[in-house]
Design a binder for this molecule. Structure first.
Ligand SMILES: [Ca+2]
Length: 231
C-alpha cells in the first residue's frame, strides 16, 4: 500500500503544472460526452423531434457540397426554418456549435434559441458583412468578409437571473471564418447585460430578407462547454 501511495504521489507530481504555468484546457467535446442536441442531418427525411416551415430539405446534397458527411440541412424560402424541440427541459445555460453557409442578401436571424413558447431569447442575426448577436440587447461584430462564406460558430448563452428582471445574461460568440475548420478561436464578441431567459429549442433558418440557399450542418447543443472539433 505504501508503494502504491508513493507511486500515485509521484504520478501527480509529474502531471501537475509548475507554479505560475497557465494550462490551457482545450475542450474537444461536451464534458461527459452528452449533448442536448447532436445532429449531422444524415439519413433520409426529417430527423425525429424537428419541425419545419417553408421550403426545407434535410437531404441536401448539391453544390456547395455538404460540410459534414453526405447531407446537410438546406432552407431556401424567406422566413423558412427548421426547429428542434429536443431539449428535455428548460436550460439556463447552453453552448451551441453550428456550421453555416448563408445565402445572398442576408439580413436577419439565422440561428435562434427559443423558449418553450417559441419566443426567441437569443439570435445570431446576419447583416451584410457583419453578424449581430442579440440577447434582448445587441452586439454587432464585423466579419470582415461576406457572410455568405461558410462559417463555424460557437455560442455560449446564459439566461438572466432572476428570470424576467436580471439584465445580466451572457452571450459569448466565437467565429471561425476558415472554411471547413472547427478550431475554436479566441472570443470574438460578448454580451453581459442580456435579458433573455431559459431556452428550450434551437431554430435554424433564413431571415425575412434573404435569397438563395442557407445551409446548416453539424449542430451541437450542450449544457457544458463545447470546444474545437466536437464529436
Ligand atoms: Ca451532414
Amino acid at each position: 500500500m505504501r508503494r502504491l501511495l508513493a507511486f500515485l504521489l509521484a504520478s501527480l507530481l509529474v502531471i501537475a503544472p509548475a507554479p505560475g504555468v497557465i494550462v490551457f484546457d482545450f475542450v474537444s467535446a461536451a464534458a461527459g460526452g452528452s449533448y442536448l442536441l447532436s445532429e449531422d442531418f444524415e439519413g433520409s427525411g426529417t430527423p425525429s423531434g424537428w419541425t419545419t416551415s417553408g421550403t426545407v430539405s434535410f437531404d441536401y446534397t448539391t453544390s456547395p457540397a455538404p460540410f459534414v458527411g453526405a447531407e446537410s440541412l438546406a432552407v431556401s424560402s424567406v422566413g423558412g426554418y427548421a426547429r428542434s424541440d429536443s431539449f428535455s427541459a428548460d436550460q439556463n445555460e447552453v453552448w451551441v456549435f453550428v456550421r453555416v453557409k448563408p445565402g445572398a442578401g442576408v439580413n436577419g436571424g439565422v440561428v435562434s434559441l427559443l423558449n418553450s413558447s417559441n419566443a426567441a431569447q437569443c439570435t445570431l442575426d446576419f447583416r451584410s458583412d457583419r453578424v449581430r448577436v442579440e440577447h434582448g440587447v445587441g452586439s454587432l461584430t464585423s466579419l470582415g468578409a461576406s457572410t455568405t462564406s461558410e462559417t463555424t460558430f460557437w455560442l455560449r448563452y446564459v439566461a438572466e437571473a432572476p428570470a424576467g428582471s436580471g439584465a445580466n445574461g451572457i452571450v459569448q460568440l466565437y467565429i471561425n471564418k476558415n472554411s471547413n475548420s472547427e478550431t475554436r478561436p479566441a472570443l470574438t464578441a460578448s454580451i453581459s447585460n442580456g435579458t433573455g431567459d431559459a431556452v428550450r429549442k434551437v431554430q435554424l433558418g433564413m431571415p425575412a430578407a434573404g435569397s438563395g440557399v442557407y445551409i446548416f450542418d453539424k449542430v451541437r447543443v450542450s449544457a457544458a462547454e463545447i470546444g474545437s472539433s466536437p464529436l
